[in-house]
Design a protein around this ligand. Structure first.
Ligand code: GRF
Length: 206
């Protein structure tokens, strides 16, 4: 049984996709043990509670990043969490946090990395004139949006797209991509070599 902890800061739609996929068995042999938010008013907290998942609010409260992260790591470890999923968690993790879960922290990002890391990425994509964008699920290392890529999904950028309309279409793909990526990780059939990952199991999509 893989124990999963999810970190959020806001809406939590990717968190909901993961929790629901674990409940339905689409992500097998797993349990979402805790959802942690660094914001007390994160809308996702209520959605997690409704689904019977324990929630914790661990705010930074003017502390150093390392201290804040240490409290989160302790809460995750106490609950036996082995896989940490960042789902709209708006903080950069400290190296200590990353080292506490080596190759066991995953993030979803709404662009085709390595293009457009950081924030406001849909607007960045539109401004750059790219014709396709999408989302990336990747392992987290000590650099922003830079760890080994697990999978990506492509979304067309339309001529009349705004950052909002593009974000909406990418988000739909994010939910499916995140579920598929976590399914691959817990299957034990995903291997990491340098910057590359390979999956030897059955894919959702050809
Ligand atoms: C998503 O677009 C995700 O890719 C990005 O932040 C957004 C979070 O949305 N990291 P939600 O909270 O999962 O609804």
């Amino acid at each position: 049984m893989a124990c999963i902890g999810i970190l959020i800061s806001g809406r939590g739609s990717n968190m909901v996709a993961l929790v629901d996929a674990v409940a339905s068995g689409e992500i097998p042999a797993s349990e979402v043990t805790v959802v942690i938010s660094d914001k007390a008013d994160a809308a996702g907290l209520a959605k997690a509670r409704t689904r019977g998942v324990e929630t914790l609010v661990i705010e930074k409260n003017g502390r150093k990043r390392e201290e804040h992260d240490a409290e989160i790591v302790a809460a995750l470890k106490e609950r036996g969490v082995e896989l940490v999923c960042l789902a709209g968690y708006m903080r950069l993790l400290s190296p200590e946090f990353v080292r506490a879960f080596p190759n066991r922290i995953v993030n979803i990002h709404p662009s085709l990395l390595p293009s457009f890391p950081g924030l406001n990425v849909q607007q960045q994509a539109i401004d750059a004139g790219v014709k396709v964008s999408g989302c990336t699920v990747h392992f987290v290392n000590e650099h922003l949006d830079a760890g080994p890529i697990i999978l990506q999904r492509v979304v067309e950028v339309k001529d009349d797209d705004t950052a909002e309309t593009l974000a909406e279409r990418i988000l739909e793909q994010e939910h499916a991509a995140y579920v598929d990526a976590v399914r691959r990780i817990v299957s034990g059939r995903l291997t990491i070599e340098g910057r590359r990952t390979t999956y030897s199991g059955i894919s959702d999509k050809a």
